[in-house]
Structures are given as structure tokens and as C-alpha cells.
Design a protein. Structure first.
Length: 287
């Protein structure tokens, strides 16, 4: 009679397969289902969810406005950091080192209550000077509007967008600088040998390759910016975190307010993470 085969290898294989399952995803999904059930079944959770919906739109608007501005600032500054021009290199390096050395909350308060008023006063001064210089000309109305410009014309939300863009632009600059430097110098030399100037070579040869390589860290910064948009609460901007605080203080329902806020932030970040991974797969290149 043939001896029975041992079952241990099968059990080991099953154990190995179970250990490879994405348990973290199951746990997060279960947490989301629980909160979704509470939102639909519990009156306190449902009313909190309805109250916080407007904060979601403000949070997304801030992020979608600030990130493109920060990306442009980062790209320009990153190119300046690679420039052989002493002025451009020094200016960009000062910007990167100073901004990265200041806490983001301090930068937000500085921009909102110091730099923006200073800029408005400068605009008014130029308008007053222009009125005296261009009195009676077709530019008179233009300078008159500048002279009457007020700090009240700039909302706290717009000030926060500018501050957030300025803060993240320094980090994006280092990402672009590292991505460009990761491209072989032979690529630039080959492009120049074909008759391209520096800007043409950078636009058509270097940057398309560098952007593919910096896409993952840019995606991570996009998600981080979404979460850091909660810092707008220091300026009383009615985004998600600010509305959560108001809801908690008005109803004293702490668990409901912060659980729903966590659920909404988690839903947004997971959705953005999925979009970033999709873009990475579409733009993936073979090394």
C-alpha cells in the first residue's frame, strides 16, 4: 500500500498565501464601512456629515489651486538651482533654504498678516505715484484703482493658497532638481550636438524624462498638501477642519465630528492615491 503524502507543505503554502493578502486594505475598508453605516443610520453622524460637506469643497478647491502654483514655482526654482548664473543660483538657493527652514504655520501667518498687507501697501503707493505722473491720461483710471486697492479685497482663503504654494514650492524645487540631475549628462550633450539650444534640449529631451521620474514624489506632495490644507483653520477659512471644530464646539459631539472628518480626509487621500498610482503605471518607463 502506498504511504499517504504529508499535508504540511499544503498548510505552509496556505499560510504563506494568507500572509500576502492586503490585510491593511481590509481593515481600512472595514473602518470605512463602519463609518458609512453610522452616517446613514445615526442622526448625529448624518447631520454632522451634511454640515461638513461644504468644508470638503473648500479643501479640494484650496488644494487644486495651490498645487499647480507650487509646481510651477518648484519647476522654475529647480531650473534656477541648476543654473550656472550666480544670481539665479543664489536667489533660488536662498528661497529654498529659508522656506524649508520655516514651519509652515509660521509661514502662513507671516504671508497672511505681513507679506500680503505689505504687497497691498506697495500697490497703493504705485497707484498714488502713477496718479501724479499720469494725471489726465488714459492710465488715470488704472492708477486710481490701484491707489484705492484695499487689504479687504484679498480673502483669507486666497492668502492661504498663496502661502501654501510658496511653502510647497521650495520642496517641489528640490524634487525637480533631483529629477533633472538623475538624467544622464549624455542626453544633454547629444541634444546640443543635434543643434538644439539649452532650452530646447531641456524642453524636448530632459524634462519629459525627468517628469516621469519625479511623478511619485509629486503625487505624495499632492496628497500631503491636501492634508496640510487643514492648516487654513488658523486663518478661520471654512475648510473641513475648521467646520469640524465649529461643529464640535456647537454640539459637543466630539466623536461624531472628528470621526466624520477623518472619514472624509481618508476617502479623499485614498482616491488621490489611486489616481497617482494609475498615472505612475501609465507613465512608467523601463530603467
Amino acid at each position: 500500500m502506498q504511504a499517504a503524502q504529508p499535508q504540511a507543505p499544503v498548510r505552509a503554502g496556505n499560510t504563506r498565501q494568507l500572509s500576502q493578502l492586503p490585510w491593511w486594505a481590509f481593515l481600512i475598508f472595514s473602518f470605512g464601512l463602519l463609518l458609512a453605516y453610522l452616517i446613514f443610520s445615526d442622526d448625529n453622524y448624518r447631520s454632522t456629515f451634511i454640515y461638513l460637506q461644504n468644508g470638503v469643497s473648500v479643501t479640494l478647491r484650496i488644494t487644486l489651486l495651490a498645487f499647480p502654483i507650487a509646481t510651477v514655482i518648484g519647476l522654475v526654482t529647480g531650473l534656477m538651482r541648476l543654473s550656472k548664473n550666480v544670481f539665479f543660483f543664489t536667489l533660488s538657493t536662498i528661497y529654498v533654504e529659508v522656506i524649508r527652514g520655516i514651519p509652515l504655520v509660521v509661514l502662513i501667518l507671516m504671508v497672511a498678516f505681513a507679506l500680503v498687507p505689505l504687497g497691498v501697501e506697495s500697490i497703493k503707493a504705485i497707484g498714488i505715484w502713477g496718479l501724479s505722473w499720469a494725471a489726465g491720461s488714459f492710465l488715470n483710471n488704472f492708477f486710481a484703482n490701484m491707489a484705492e486697492y484695499s487689504i479687504r479685497n484679498i480673502s483669507m482663503e486666497l492668502r492661504f493658497v498663496f502661502a501654501l504654494s510658496l511653502g510647497y514650492g521650495a520642496f517641489e524645487a528640490e524634487i525637480f532638481r533631483a529629477g533633472i540631475q538623475s538624467i544622464s549628462k549624455g542626453q544633454m550633450e547629444a541634444a546640443r550636438s543635434l543643434g538644439m539650444n539649452y532650452f530646447q534640449a531641456m524642453r524636448f529631451i530632459i524634462l519629459p524624462q525627468a517628469i516621469r521620474r519625479v511623478l511619485p514624489p509629486l503625487g505624495n506632495d499632492f496628497i500631503a498638501m491636501l492634508k496640510d490644507s487643514s492648516l487654513a483653520t488658523v486663518l478661520a477659512v471654512p475648510e473641513l477642519t475648521q467646520l469640524t471644530r465649529l461643529r464640535r464646539s456647537s454640539t459637543f459631539r466630539v466623536m461624531e465630528a472628528f470621526n466624520v472628518a477623518a472619514f472624509l480626509y481618508l476617502a479623499m487621500t485614498l482616491a488621490l492615491s489611486a489616481v497617482v498610482r494609475l498615472l505612475e503605471r501609465k507613465m512608467k518607463i523601463d530603467e
